[in-house]
Design a protein around this ligand. Structure first.
Ligand code: F6R
Length: 614
């Protein structure tokens, strides 16, 4: 939700900021803007509705000099995406420029007070209130910008990551964060500021992650001064990033999403590396082993997540209940946080989040922590807020996921959940040793089976052409494949804008079957597991009503091949690992349909990769 970038050093700021915005564009892309302070202290803002490329066009023939600047790519919350609501925003005197990621909840009251004090507002944003208030407080208290920002943030309710610069001040940027991420990159006599490390990695791998309610004064050639909003001094460990630049490029693919789908054999191997001891065929997950007692004594597991990560959590429920015999509840973080949930001290909470920044999941784990529950995080982004706010956890290690539609992070989340449930089941002795070893052996073979499925990319592309103009889709699955149906439907709707619903196959007859006709493609996940015969009956019910069935089946299937209109083959595996394979053709199908429809696959409308607002 909005990307922010800043630079102060000896190089021209503009190219660094623009490149940084391109890297962060996945966070929001409805408008973009930049503020630069030139050598003589002039402060200029350039901003426009649209993408970063539109901003570059807009900046042609403008004065883009200066070695200090801040820039923003927006995902609108308050105020429609237009030129005026784009960031940066000026203060009343146009002496201060500010960019913001987050939501100021008490903006309406503050705005009213500022209007009464003679301030005028150009935009409909909550952000403009922040910059106006900083100026008001600065003048009222006759203080400098840093202290004005600090005083202002004490008046603010809500979430923010901000960067602020001032006319005439060519040597400082002030940044602060609460509930929205902010990273400070440390170069040689230069500093980089960003919402995540991707704009920074090109220049330095040394970073500091600011904590909630911290403000930093970032000055040229000086160590950043970091204090809290309550003025307590803070020192920070400098972290060495392990990310590399090639992970941020498309590497010859047309879209990041396709690249990320094809990376999955490797990302699954990376996720398992060092965690499955191949010679002894044994899972070594320190997060579980080091906190064995918490897990062994868990009354219940609560899984908290949103979107695709929630779908992974649902597979997790089936895994933990099967192998560990622990009751599991899977909750949408956004519902959990506001419904007075009963949380016991002996609950284990597993928070799943690719970005590690999802505001609802962060708030939900905070609630669980206050009730004494033990919190385990499954995150992809190293050092992210959720990763830092859990007692322990496992990273998915898939590298940056840039396509807005989550693919490789989902399958890696499934692998982590599989390893966790097997590890815990063994510790609890709720899974027998022989079965445990068989399952681990099979888990090790999953990456090569994914490779086999990816070879069907061309035939899935051919199939996609038949359905490009469908208006609705239904996805059906049972057992472990029910969450796959939900995830397949989500993938299709978010990037192709075709309405799609995922349903438990047997629930069709309780209502949705009324929708079935020749115009409604039904994707049935029908691989050979203990529900196979039941799913055949569900497919027959659809065919009896003239429905058009695309079935995901195993290679040796004969029965469904004779009933369904189209089939996509996948290798067979254990029931519990089927989601890892069956989702792959559904990712590809959505991708190709979206490309056929000329959709912006990596940046679908209205979405953003990292949802740091409620
Ligand atoms: C869908 C998608 C979203 C995210 C959701 C949670 O493809 O990416 O539904 O899964 O916004 O995000 P994280 O996992 O970052 O907490």
């Amino acid at each position: 939700m909005c990307g922010i970038v800043g630079y102060i050093g000896n190089q021209n700021a503009y190219p660094i900021l623009i490149k940084g915005l391109h890297r962060l564009e996945y966070r929001g892309y409805d408008s973009a803007g930049i503020a630069l302070t030139s050598q003589n202290g002039n402060l200029s803002i350039y901003k426009t509705k649209g993408r970063v490329a539109d901003l570059e066009e807009f900046c042609k023939n403008k004065d883009i000099s200066g070695t200090i600047g801040i820039a923003h790519t927006r995902w609108a919350t308050h105020g429609e995406p237009n030129n005026i609501n784009a960031h940066p925003h000026y203060s009343e005197s146009e002496n201060i420029a500010l960019i913001h990621n987050g939501i100021i909840e008490n903006y309406a009251v503050l705005k009213q007070q500022l209007i009464q004090n003679g301030y005028h507002f150009q935009s409909n944003t909550d952000t403009e209130v922040l910059v106006q208030l900083i100026e008001y407080i600065k003048i009222l208290n006759k203080t400098d910008l840093f202290h004005a920002v600090q005083l202002t943030l004490n008046e603010i309710i809500g979430a923010y990551a901000i960067a602020v610069i001032e006319k005439g001040k060519t040597d400082e940027i002030i940044v602060a964060r609460k509930s929205s991420p902010l990273v400070l990159g440390i170069g040689d006599d230069e500093y980089f500021i960003a919402s995540d490390a991707s704009p920074i990695i090109e220049y330095t791998n040394k970073v500091i992650y600011l904590e909630d309610e911290e403000i930093a004064l970032v000055s040229r050639n000086e160590k950043p001064k970091i204090v809290t909003v309550k003025n307590i001094e803070k020192t920070h460990e400098i972290i060495q990033l392990e990310m590399n630049l090639s992970q941020l490029e498309k590497g010859g693919y047309d879209h990041f999403m396709l690249k990320e789908i094809f990376e999955q054999p490797q990302t699954l191997r990376d996720c398992m590396r060092g965690r499955i001891d191949v010679s002894f065929n044994h899972v070594v997950l320190s997060g579980i082993i080091d906190h064995k007692e918490r897990f062994l004594n868990a009354r219940r597991i609560i899984i908290l997540a949103c979107g695709t990560s929630w779908h992974a959590g649902l597979v997790g429920k089936y895994l933990f209940e099967s192998f560990c015999k622990i009751p599991v509840e899977v909750e949408y973080s956004s519902e959990f946080r506001y419904r007075n949930p009963v949380i016991y001290q002996d609950d284990v909470v597993i928070a799943i989040s690719q970005s590690g920044e999802t505001a609802d999941t962060l708030a939900a784990i905070e609630l669980a922590r206050k009730s004494g529950a033990f919190i385990y995080g499954i995150c992809n982004v190293v050092g992210s807020s959720i990763a830092r706010n859990t007692h322990t956890g496992s990273y998915t290690h898939v590298g940056p996921e840039i396509g807005v539609a989550s693919t490789k992070a989902f399958t890696a989340q499934l692998v982590v959940l599989s390893m966790m449930s097997l590890c815990l089941g063994r510790e609890k002795r709720t899974i027998d040793e022989k079965r445990y070893r068989e399952l681990l052996k099979e888990l090790n073979h999953i990456p090569e089976k994914v490779e086999t499925i990816l070879k069907s990319n061309d035939s899935i592309n051919d199939l996609s052409k038949i359905f490009t103009y469908a208006h609705n889709f239904i996805y059906l699955g049972r057992g472990f494949n029910y969450p796959v149906a939900l995830e397949g439907a989500l993938k299709l709707k978010e990037i192709s804008y075709i309405h799609a619903e995922g349903y438990p196959a047997a629930e069709m007859k309780h209502g949705p079957i009324a929708l079935i006709d020749m115009e409604m493609p039904v994707v049935a996940i029908a691989t050979d597991n203990k529900m196979y015969d039941k799913v055949i009956s569900n497919i027959q019910e659809i065919k009896a009503r003239n429905g058009c069935v695309i079935a995901v089946v195993n290679e040796n299937d004969t029965i469904i091949k004779s009933i369904a209109d189209y089939v996509i083959e996948v290798p067979s595996t254990e029931d519990c690992f089927e989601p890892l394979l069956n989702i792959i053709p559904l990712q590809l199908l959505s991708y190709h349909i979206a490309v056929n429809k000329k959709r912006d696959v990596d940046m679908p409308r209205n979405l953003a990769k990292s949802v740091t607002v409620e």
